[in-house]
Design a protein around this ligand. Structure first.
Ligand code: GDP
Ligand code: MG
Length: 314
């Protein structure tokens, strides 16, 4: 095999920012398009904190997708960082993929984002997501309502479902055609630019959000303290190589620590079990996971700690 990979002359490449209100399905769509779980998702708004780049390489193009935190009105330092991060992403990309929800009529949040995008000169494609939640006979009316909202811009609208994959092939083709001709920017087998440590920490945070539900909304961060591959020879108990992961779940209050740990440690055990299964799928091998919970009051307001946790400081 030749070391220099042949790519077609008209190969296209570039950056696509996924923009939309919190909870419209940006992270779910990134995972669906890439075909692997690189972004965590949850029914709780504002799950995504970092700008994550997910890479999709086809025979004709390479799309580098930037999953952004949703655009909303900021309430605290972390919130400001999230919005700033989404705004910055818009300025750095070749295309914006604006996600809107087919399952709900347009609202004020949508107009806010559309107005923000109109001011930028970047090309925009619209994905009308969650089409699986609308009856076919209602879909056209919904699309029309959104078309009126983006009327003068002439942005094309694509029907899709990030959950079922419906419409995603057409969407990928449309994105490819909107990119400039250019070289491969990342190796073909690379699906994310985030270090493995960050992806692993995110899988734990996802389980905390999913399992504690409304009780611990955004006071949680996860730090991986140790990540080590242990060979079967080193280990007395295990017969296979495995990855040992020690992680700390940071919360802001003592009461939240109690919720994460749960009665008799049951909640933490369940969080650990589910996260471990997801980690094993990501790493493609056995994982030993140990979780700790620590109270750090107001970690969201501490710039140094935010940076240490991997939240970009601009
Ligand atoms: P984000 O905040 O925009 O990144 O939204 P997420 O990707 O985290 O998704 C928010 C919620 O919407 C999750 O519970 C997803 O499972 C759900 N969701 C996302 N896309 C779809 C879709 O196409 N159909 C349905 N039924 N649910 C979806
Ligand atoms: Mg997200």
């Amino acid at each position: 095999m030749s070391l220099i990979e042949q790519i077609p002359k008209d190969f296209r490449s570039g950056f696509v920012a996924l923009i939309g209100r919190p909870n419209v399905g940006k992270s779910t769509l990134v995972n669906q398009l890439v075909g692997e779980k690189v972004a965590i998702t949850s029914p709780v708004a504002q799950t995504t904190r970092n700008r994550l780049r997910a890479i999709l390489t086809t025979s004709s193009a390479q799309l580098v997708m930037v999953d952004t935190p949703g655009i909303h009105k900021p309430h605290h330092l972390l919130g400001e960082r999230l919005v700033q991060s989404a705004r910055l992403a818009i300025g750095e990309v070749d295309i914006v993929l604006l996600l809107l929800e087919a399952c709900c009529p347009p609202g004020r949040g949508d107009s806010f984002i559309i107005n923000l995008l109109v001011k930028q000169k970047v090309p925009v494609l619209v994905a009308l997501n969650k089409a699986d939640l609308v009856q076919d006979e209602d879909y056209l009316g919904r699309e029309e309502a959104y078309r009126l909202l983006v009327k003068d811009s002439g942005w094309p609208i694509y029907r899709c479902s990030a959950s079922t994959g419906e419409g995603c092939d057409v969407l990928i083709k449309a994105l490819e055609h909107s990119l400039p001709v250019g070289p491969k920017l990342y190796p073909s087998d690379m699906v994310s630019d985030q270090p493995e440590k960050v992806l692993l920490a995110e899988l734990i945070r996802e389980q905390v959000l999913l399992q504690t539900r409304e009780e611990i909304p955004h006071s949680v961060a996860v730090k991986i303290d140790r990540l080590e591959e242990i060979s079967a020879k080193q280990s007395k108990k295990k017969s296979k190589n495995y990855t040992a992961i020690l992680a700390t779940v940071l919360v802001e209050r003592k009461s939240q620590k109690g919720i994460v740990i749960g009665k008799g440690g049951m909640m933490l055990k369940s969080i650990g079990q589910r996260a471990r299964l997801q980690m094993q799928a990501l790493i493609d091998g056995p994982v030993y996971l140990e979780l700790f919970v620590k109270v750090v009051p107001d970690w969201r307001g501490k710039p140094a700690l935010l940076a240490e946790l991997g939240y970009e400081v601009h």
